[in-house]
Write a protein that binds this ligand. Structure first.
Ligand code: Q9C
Ligand code: ZN
Length: 651
């Protein structure tokens, strides 16, 4: 459980002065022929436009980029490197540019690269200066190219100049700023090798990096990011690496590292300022990172750092390659900086066993330098390791919180190949829900399925949680995980159809709907599961991806009476959900048969083309076929043509 009050850190002014820096000129650095590349101009455009449309940019002081002065760049890089980057974009290099780029590791160069590199470095210097002076409380520099891989004489890993290292040296060199101790937090999914080397022997700069390492096989693929790399000479102990042994690390892993390494050390170090190498490539959905930090996770990591350095924090963008992920993550961070949002979360996902191992190794390695790391962590703590694929998130704030939560849930639609995190964030365990659950668990209903739920293993995901092949997103499951008491098949005179462009669960392709009204010439095969009305409510919630809190049931005994009269029942609380219309299909063994689909209005929209009709994806169609075949209803050929007919016949 986490709860962070607003108003901690920084000043007591109600509105914090937060700087945001964006400049279109940094978009002019791109691949020579604009070939696709993960580190492309749309990254900063996407973040900037998200912050504007969310109204966040308007609440900040917007700053323009400035080119860095060579004297500050030269505090990090060698003269020959600076000469290359300064001149690389000039015409005289046109014929040699690609050849020079190919000499570096993971670098491209074009006519816009020099200017962008100077602007990225200068922009971080600029915002850092303003925060140090107190003109701003904190700031975010939306810069590219990124910087943390760039070494003294080496551009690498999409980085030309080491923006954060340059800004750090600038702060330390301007004596009147009184910034003598700087904490650099590098939460980019890659090791900040360049930054580490810049301050290797420097005790004024505590460099902390958490990154995928996989024993030296993850980019930049050497031993520099190992936890044994602690700095040297006077800098010994001022370099802290937290190297993940595996991907799929998420909020629980990062927050455990914060709680048991970074935050205690930050307290003891007591920095005058914090610079964050804020790559968002550890975010869920990132194509390079393979981790699963949510916007909530980033918000918490930032919030916990705001208690130090009187809130003087600068974020500088590094990596991050999924446009939606980086935009949502950046937005969550900005809301923390602006601070009129209270971030709360309750997480049930524990860290990996490997995470505790790494945390213990780091503490062991560094305890001679940081007394706060000396104690053994209690076994009670370290024995809590990722067991169940469940995670809950609740973000509340003062204004339009329902919409924000909805937006967060909807916008973080990110393909997810892991069972660990980002199951739908349904909150099933509210204490208020206990009473209705004990009532509705006594009532049985038949849940009649016509889509992928006809395949039993897929339906069981809604009961037990998890996912099956082809699903891009795990289910959270029902509170009561007991299996259906009976299964039977029936046909009904209803029309099956496939519509919508894509779904969270199955990706591209239409999903199944049932026409709520019956017609004699239509026939639909349905698999009926006998479950409790309590479980049916949990299925309704999962089918209607929603932030509804389940403090009262979506469909109760009164609804049941009502539906027997009227034939269907619309769920107000999840009216945006695709399956918010519960339809009554009669009785079976004195138990009501219920299904869920869209309402007739949506059918009208399908008919008019306002909502697209779409054939199902292969994975999705196969799941239906498997259900029908394994359920003994149709042969494979029959099932395939049954689905095909439903997908092609006009409405
Ligand atoms: N097999 C940043 O996130 N990957 N840089 C090269 C070669 C380079 C990432 C893969 C990843 C660089 C700032
Ligand atoms: Zn990165």
């Amino acid at each position: 459980m986490e709860g962070v009050d607003s108003g901690s850190g920084g000043t007591s002014r109600s509105q914090r002065r937060v700087g945001i820096l964006y400049d279109e000129r940094m978009c002019r650095h791109h691949t020579p022929d604009d070939e696709p590349h993960p580190e492309n101009p749309n990254r900063i455009r996407a973040i900037w436009s998200k912050l504007q449309s969310a109204g966040v940019a308007q609440r900040c002081e917007v700053l323009n980029a400035k080119e860095a002065e060579d004297k500050y760049i030269l505090s990090v890089h060698g003269k020959s490197h600076v000469d290359v980057i300064r001149n690389i974009s000039s015409k005289q290099f046109n014929s040699r540019r690609n050849r020079i780029a190919s000499k570096f590791n993971s670098i491209y160069l074009n006519e816009g690269s020099s200017e962008a590199a100077y602007l990225a470095a200068g922009s971080v210097v600029e915002v850092a200066k303003r925060v140090a002076k107190g003109e701003l409380d904190s700031a975010f520099a939306i810069v590219r190219p990124p910087g943390h891989h760039a070494e003294h004489d080496e551009a690498m890993g999409f980085c030309l100049y080491n923006n954060v290292a340059i800004a750090t040296n600038f702060l330390l060199s301007e004596k009147e700023l009184s910034i003598n101790k700087i904490l650099i937090v590098d939460w980019d999914v890659h090791h900040g090798n360049g930054t580490q080397k810049s301050f290797w022997k420097d005790p004024r700069v505590l460099f902390f990096s958490v990154h995928r390492h996989e024993f030296g096989s993850f980019y930049p693929a050497n031993d520099d990011g190992d936890y044994t790399m602690i700095g040297e000479g006077p800098g010994a102990g001022y370099n802290i690496n937290v190297p993940w042994e595996n991907g799929r690390c998420g909020d629980a892993d990062y927050l455990a590292v914060w709680d048991h390494i970074l935050i205690p050390v930050a307290k003891q170090f007591n920095p005058d300022m914090i610079l964050i190498s804020a790559g968002f490539d550890a975010a869920v959905g990132d194509p390079l990172g393979g981790c699963c930090v949510t916007p909530y996770g980033y918000a918490m990591m930032l919030k916990k750092l705001m208690d130090f350095a009187r809130g003087k924090i600068v974020l500088a963008l590094e990596g991050g390659y999924n446009l939606a992920s980086i935009s949502n993550s950046a937005l969550a961070c900005m809301e923390v900086l602006l601070d009129n949002k209270t971030v709360t979360g309750s997480t049930e996902a524990y860290p990996f066993e490997s995470t505790w191992r790494v945390i213990q190794a780091v503490r062991q390695e560094l305890k001679a330098f940081w007394s706060v790391l000396a104690d053994e962590l209690p076994t009670k703590l370290t024995s809590q390791k990722a067991p169940i694929p469940v995670m809950k998130i609740l973000i509340s704030g003062s204004d339009s919180e329902a919409e924000d939560v909805e937006e967060l849930l909807q916008d973080v639609i990110l393909p997810l190949s892991t069972l660990r995190v980002d199951v739908d964030h349904h909150v099933l365990a509210e204490s208020a829900s206990v009473s209705w659950r004990s009532d509705l668990t006594k009532i049985d209903i038949w849940y009649a399925t016509f889509g992928s739920n006809m395949w039993k293993p897929r339906f069981l995901c809604y009961i037990e949680g998890g996912l099956v092949d082809g699903m891009q997103k795990p289910c959270s499951g029902s509170m009561d995980k007991s299996l259906p008491k009976e299964i039977l098949w029936k046909t009904f005179p209803h029309r099956l159809l496939f519509g919508r462009e894509s779904s969270r669960t199955w990706g591209l392709g239409g999903v199944a709907f049932l026409h709520p009204e019956s017609k004699n010439e239509d026939i639909v095969h349905m698999c009926l599961y006998r479950i409790t009305l309590e479980q049916f409510n949990d299925v309704l919630l999962q089918e209607n991806v929603s932030s509804y809190d389940m403090s009262s049931p979506l469909f109760d005994l009164t609804s049941l009476d009502c539906i027997k009269e009227k034939g269907s029942f619309n769920l107000e609380a999840v009216k945006k959900g695709w399956y918010h219309n519960v339809v009554y299909l009669g009785m079976q063994q004195d138990i009501p048969i219920l299904t869920m689909t869209c309402d007739t209005l949506v059918i009208e929209n399908f008919r008019s083309g306002k909502v697209p009709l779409r054939a199902p994806s292969e994975d999705y169609a196969n799941t239906l076929v498997r259900g029908l075949v394994e359920g003994g209803q149709l042969s494979e050929e029959e099932a395939v043509s049954y689905i095909k007919d439903a997908a092609t016949k006009p409405l």
